[in-house]
Write a protein that binds this ligand. Structure first.
Ligand code: SF4
Length: 678
């Protein structure tokens, strides 16, 4: 019944975002797991493309001139799962030393392909292309120096620029062709050329065009051993750019090149993993991506296991998924963020930020301190509740009502049967199953006059349900799925709501009973973030599947929920760190410095701080940041406000204090409070 119901239900609504109904070319399927069919690229003896497994790769951080250090780090990365290893070659001397590194690796029995990472230096690229298996160039700076100038090009002047690029780039293409060397044309959102920025702006369109300018030169030379990437530290921009790239390759009749996925400067620890999973996982769900590099401000051998965990999720995806009805009308613009139109129910949906619901259904709420993990604190003196920036909005207590009066900023949700006998039906809201909801509406049983949560899954939906929902302004849907192809099934359900003109807000509910602690943030960021990134979702409920209350880590789930909302740029609650993963160019200890800056600033709200290891790429890469801390020499730091250098050469031991001073001057500094410390 479900299949016929859904395939016949595609009446578009008036409020569709731009692009509604347009053919979706960026994925082979919105509903089945299918890898995008690509050409094969030979990188040494490890081919890349859709006929091969999705590859894991990473980049060294030691100085490229330190041959043994580079070799030993490369071996640690290979042992951790890297199938390609990238090494920076900022100048000819490092490019030359790749030969020594490669020889030593081969002597030790390691044949993993090496990739030279090039910025600004065609001569280093041309040398490296004769030594290693692949060269990565950045089209934003291969033939251009950044001057932050806006230039109003005529078509003729633009064409002359392209001719200039061609002259600079062609020698490398010819060397790669001659030596059988592969190439990645790797666009970074943060380092687009002045030419691209002037014509296309700081946009996914500009990112794609930046790569295509170089790609067309390669194809004209019949050189096709190419992979492409579209990285950004903003997962929303990154996802849109990759989708657009796939579409543009197709439209322009260019080859379907394999794609290298990554979120740049994702940061460290859980936040870095959340951001990476959200961007990379969202694309993998739609069959896009042939190699993954997770960029963390940690030792590079810690990146490969994260990439592998993201990739492994798809090994059996096609075989283990339940069929999902096809999409006949797709009302979502995949290239531009637009939040789904919903009506407001209590403080959910409409213009409200997405809400966080904490799952207390297995953890009793008997004492005030039970709410500490979700950011609510009772202070006996002066007898008040306080909330920190990660204070949850609702608690779901299932069958066990809270034993005390909750703070004002926190509301309770109870299972419907328990709610019916609750003495406090005003400030507590019921959660109904689909069957309970339909029965209650059919029999006109009592429901809450303002807010009723209803559990819905795609298989449990029906015409009757949709018709009833359309006439009901009190419902918030709690959507969930048991399908292994989870995000696409949830997305399919929301597509159905949009196509039927149902504007009830949606809370995305996921739980992970059978996966490791390390995998939970990766899976949740993909499943929930993959919807939020397209403007679908008005809240999040991460279920605590552990049977034993003592095992439920509510603080971790709560932080994860807020982390996902922040990474999807839908609710900003904490400081964001855009820190580079470090490489052979790095001028200070990035991990130590990031930890120090985080320790002093992570109570600030909505401030973005870029922490970059070098002046060569740093300022460009942190384009999105409000403040920048950039290495310019040994123990010398430049501090930025946005893209502007404010303090040019600050001694490293004073730089964090001066950064705080800068934030203070802008009135964005807050003193840490008691709640921040908890
Ligand atoms: S910004 Fe960081 S990762 Fe990028 S080149 Fe500089 S030091 Fe290396």
């Amino acid at each position: 019944m479900l299949n016929s119901l859904l395939s016949s239900s595609s009446t578009p609504v008036n409020s569709l975002p731009e692009g509604a109904g347009s053919p979706v070319l960026y994925t082979p399927s919105l509903t089945q797991y299918v890898r995008r069919k690509t050409s094969t690229v030979m990188i040494g003896d490890v081919p890349m493309g859709s006929d091969y497994p999705i590859r894991v790769q990473s980049m060294t951080t030691v100085d490229t001139m330190d041959t043994i250090g580079s070799v030993e780090q490369t071996i640690r990365m290979i042992e951790a799962g890297c199938e390609y290893v990238r090494i920076t070659a900022p100048s000819v001397k490092e490019a030359q030393n790749l030969e020594n590194i490669r020889k030593e690796l081969r002597a030790r029995g390691y044949t993993t392909p090496l990739v030279a990472d090039i910025h600004f230096t065609p001569n280093a690229a041309e040398l490296a292309a004769r030594i290693v298996e692949k060269v990565r160039i950045n089209p934003g700076n291969y033939a251009d120096r950044k001057r932050f100038e806006f230039i109003d090009y005529t078509d003729a002047a633009y064409a002359a620029e392209l001719e200039r690029i061609r002259d600079k780039f062609l020698p490398l293409v010819r060397i790669c062709k001659e030596y059988g060397t592969a190439m990645r044309i790797g666009t970074n959102h943060g380092s687009l050329s002045d030419r691209i920025l002037s014509r296309y702006g700081d946009t996914p369109v500009g990112m794609v065009e930046s790569a295509l300018e170089f790609l067309r030169i390669c194809e004209a030379e019949n050189y096709y051993n190419i992979t492409l990437s579209m990285k950004s530290s903003n997962p929303q921009v990154m996802v849109q750019a990759y989708r657009l790239l796939v579409q543009r390759l197709d439209e322009e009749g260019l080859k379907p090149y394999p794609l290298h996925l990554g979120v740049t400067e994702a940061g460290e620890a859980e936040d870095g993993r959340i951001k990476s999973a959200l961007g990379i996982g969202t694309l993998l769900e739609d069959g896009i991506g042939d190699t993954v590099r997770v960029s963390l401000t940690e030792e590079p051998e810690r990146e490969a296991p994260v990439a592998k965990a993201l990739i492994d999720r798809y090994t059996n995806r096609a075989a283990t998924s339940q069929p999902i009805p096809v999409v006949t009308t797709y009302p979502i613009n995949p290239f531009q963020y637009c939040r789904r139109l919903t009506h407001e129910v209590a403080n959910i949906g409409g213009q409200n930020v997405p809400r966080v619901i904490a799952d207390y259904s297995r953890v009793p709420v008997r004492e005030h301190k039970n709410l500490h993990p979700i950011g609510h604190f009772y202070l006996p003196e002066p007898d008040k509740w306080r909330m920190n920036d990660l204070g949850a909005d609702y608690i779901y207590t299932g069958s066990y009502p809270a034993q005390f009066m909750l703070p004002n900023g926190l509301k309770e949700v109870l299972d419907y049967t328990v709610w019916q006998t609750s003495p406090n039906q005003t400030n507590v809201f019921p959660l109904l199953t689909t069957a309970e909801y339909l029965a209650a509406r059919a029999t006109q049983s009592e429901l809450h006059p303002r807010l009723n949560f209803v559990r819905v899954s795609l298989p449990s939906s029906s015409d009757e349900l949709f018709t009833t929902l359309k006439a009901d302004t009190t419902v918030v849907l709690l959507i969930s799925t048991d399908n292994a192809h989870a995000m696409p099934e949830l997305r399919r359900l929301v597509v159905e709501l949009i196509n039927r003109g149902i504007t009830a807000p949606v809370i995305i509910n996921r739980g992970y009973p059978a996966v490791s602690e390390e995998e939970v943030p990766l899976y949740a960021s993909t499943d929930v973030g993959g919807l939020l990134i397209d403007g679908l979702g008005d809240g999040i409920l991460l279920s605590a599947p552990q049977a034993n209350p003592a095992d439920v880590d509510l603080k971790r789930l709560n932080n994860l929920s807020f982390g996902i909302l922040q990474a999807a740029r839908t609710r900003i609650t904490k400081t964001e760190y855009i820190s580079c993963p470090s490489c052979g160019r790095t001028l200070f200890d990035l991990q130590e410095t990031t930890a120090l800056i985080r320790q002093r600033t992570d109570h600030l709200k909505g401030v973005k701080i870029g922490i970059m290891g070098c002046i060569v790429n740093g300022p460009g890469e942190m384009a999105d940041a409000d403040y920048g801390y950039v290495g310019i020499g040994r123990d010398k730091i430049a501090l930025y406000r946005g893209q502007q250098v404010i303090k040019k050469s600050v001694p490293a031991d004073r730089a964090v204090d001066e950064l705080i001073e800068l934030i203070r001057e802008d009135d964005r500094w807050l003193e840490p409070t008691f709640e921040n410390a908890l």
